[in-house]
Design a protein around this ligand. Structure first.
Ligand code: ZN
Length: 132
């Protein structure tokens, strides 16, 4: 499954392809936003750049999906909402973690998942050596 890429988010997937988790930033008021969109929700500015996330964050919320919805994924899937240390939230998938050991607030870190065809998708895993 490949996500749709358009004018608003093509740059973001380009960043992912280079191994970066990018976060769009309004250049008028510095508000971070994700997913990418043309206009700032706070000040309605159309001017933006982006920052590259450290990839560190904590688990804000999660959902465990047991039933296949997309071919090619291993189930159950752990879908997570990560609170990034930059201050914005990112929906992703938690890997290298059993569903039983997922906890709210656990520290997580970015891991770049790479498909056999080289397509990269940012995912998260439990942070190594983090003091929770
Ligand atoms: Zn703004």
């Amino acid at each position: 499954m490949k996500p749709p890429m358009g004018e608003d988010n093509g740059w973001w997937w380009q960043q992912a392809a280079e191994g970066h988790l990018a976060i769009q930033r309004c250049t008028s008021c510095s508000t971070l936003r994700h997913p990418p969109r043309p206009m700032c929700g706070d000040c309605h500015s159309l001017d933006w750049d982006h920052v590259v996330s450290s990839g560190r964050g904590t688990l804000d919320s999660f959902t465990i999906l047991h039933h296949p919805q997309f071919p090619g994924f291993d189930y159950p899937l752990i879908i997570v909402l990560v609170q990034l240390e930059e201050g914005t939230r990112f929906t992703s998938q938690l890997v290298n973690c059993s569903p039983e050991s997922v906890e709210f607030g656990m520290p997580v870190e970015l891991v770049m998942h790479e498909d056999p065809d080289g397509f990269r998708l940012p995912m998260f895993q439990p942070a190594k050596g983090a003091s929770a």
